[in-house]
Design a protein around this ligand. Structure first.
Ligand code: ATP
Length: 388
């Protein structure tokens, strides 16, 4: 039986990939530990599929090295790499049963019928499709076909499974179920999964390690929790979502906290640790949407703001079940978002068009490293909400 052994640590070492004039991946280095679930996350065209294809051996780097288990795999066929790929289109053979679809790769490797069916049944059990082993793919739901594709990819005992947008063809309900399944199977097998997605919450939900990419390079590679609660810069904060980005110019710094002047009189306290930013220099911070409190303004009253508060008009209200997403239009035409727990929201509901103060605590603000922000930086003084 075909068996790949050895560590599933994947190292991308100083890799550049050019397609003619386009540089899809630029001097990128990344180590994905053995047995971890890694998501490559980024907008369309940022190079994530190209990285996956280079790990799989479908593309060759223009320069740099790809190592699996410490060994360079450049030029090696997939069988010797110990990788397998699962695609968003399941590409199952329509006239073969589930059992034969799953067993197919072993047939190609010359494994006898009894052995390959035994192994296929083992995997069919792992993805909980025992009852469907004799069906044709056309007799299965989308979610079941997806499980067949997973079992089929795993039959060669890969040490690294590469998943290219594996859930994008499923409806919302199945997507949520299947992502839990992927995570469960990955933990059970203990092999490395590298999963490409442009869906932030999918990455946060399944991954041990999330790699946020932009234009062929990495903006941040960290645990899913850190990516969400401690984004490194404004790009990651905005792309991953769940944050408002604050910026302005430094007025003064005292006891590790900078007072920053934003646009339209807004002022923020941004913790800077032992850094001493120069007066007048731009500074960036982020505040989680669920750490922002909304206060109503009594008719005719002049709101008191001070540090860490902005005044805005309610633009949209979206009930998300456990919280309500409140989007404010600020005086400077920027957006600001608060996630208000459902209990507090419905105790004192807001109306669209109502003027409110959004307030937060200085201790919840995180410093962003604006030096890392690429060309998409906003002008100092802007308050930017994240995209979603
Ligand atoms: P998506 O989410 O849309 O799949 P991606 O982040 O996976 O995007 P890639 O498919 O890796 O992005 O593409 C990165 C860049 O390289 C893009 O500008 C793309 O047009 C270019 N590119 C990818 N493959 C080729 C190719 N075979 N020939 C020419 N250009 C390519």
């Amino acid at each position: 039986m075909s068996q790949t052994t050895g560590s599933g640590e994947v190292a991308v070492v100083g890799v550049t990939k050019r397609f003619g004039e386009t540089t899809a991946v630029k001097e990128l280095s990344l180590t994905i530990p053995h047995g971890s679930y890694c998501c490559l996350l980024g907008p369309s065209g940022c190079g994530k599929t190209t990285i996956l294809r280079m790990i799989a051996g479908h593309e060759k780097p223009s320069s740099g090295d790809i190592r699996i288990g410490g060994q360079s795999v450049i030029g090696l066929p997939q069988v010797q790499r110990g990788t397998a790929m699962m695609f968003q289109s399941y590409a199952l053979f329509p006239h073969r049963s589930v059992l034969d679809n799953v067993a197919f790769a072993l047939k190609m490797r010359g494994v006898g019928l009894a052995d390959r069916h035994a192994k296929a049944r083992e995997l069919i059990e792992k993805v909980q499709l025992e009852k469907f082993a004799d069906r044709l793919p056309g007799q299965l739901s989308g979610g079941q076909q997806q499980r067949v594709a997973l079992a089929r990819a795993l039959i060669t005992n890969p040490r690294v499974l590469l998943l290219d947008e594996p859930l994008s063809a499923l409806d919302e309900f199945l997507r949520l179920r299947m992502r839990g399944e992927l995570r469960r199977v990955q933990k059970e097998l203990g092999i490395t999964f590298v999963h490409v997605t442009h869906t932030q919450l999918e990455a946060i939900a399944v991954a041990d390690m999330v790699v946020v990419m932009a234009q062929g390079h990495i903006e941040q590679a960290a645990s899913a929790r850190d990516i969400f609660v401690a984004p490194r810069n404004a790009y990651v904060a905005r792309f991953v979502g769940g944050q408002n980005v604050l910026s302005g110019s430094v007025e003064s710094t005292m006891n590790g906290v900078a007072a920053v002047a934003g646009r339209n009189g807004a002022r923020y306290a941004i913790p800077v640790g032992d850094q001493r930013p120069m007066r007048g220099s731009p500074l960036w911070g982020s505040i989680r949407r669920d750490r922002v409190a909304i206060e109503k303004i009594a008719p005719g009253a002049k709101p008191s703001t001070g540090l860490n508060a902005v005044v805005g008009e309610v633009h949209t209200l979206e009930n998300q079940g456990t919280y309500v997403k409140v989007t404010l239009d600020l005086a400077n035409d920027e957006e600001f978002v608060a996630h208000v727990p459902d209990d507090s929201f419905f105790a004192q509901p807001l109306d669209i068009g109502e003027r409110v103060v959004a307030r937060w605590s200085a201790s919840d603000v995180k410093l962003l490293d604006d030096a890392l922000i690429a060309s998409d930086s906003a002008p100092a003084g802007a308050v930017m909400a994240t995209a979603r």
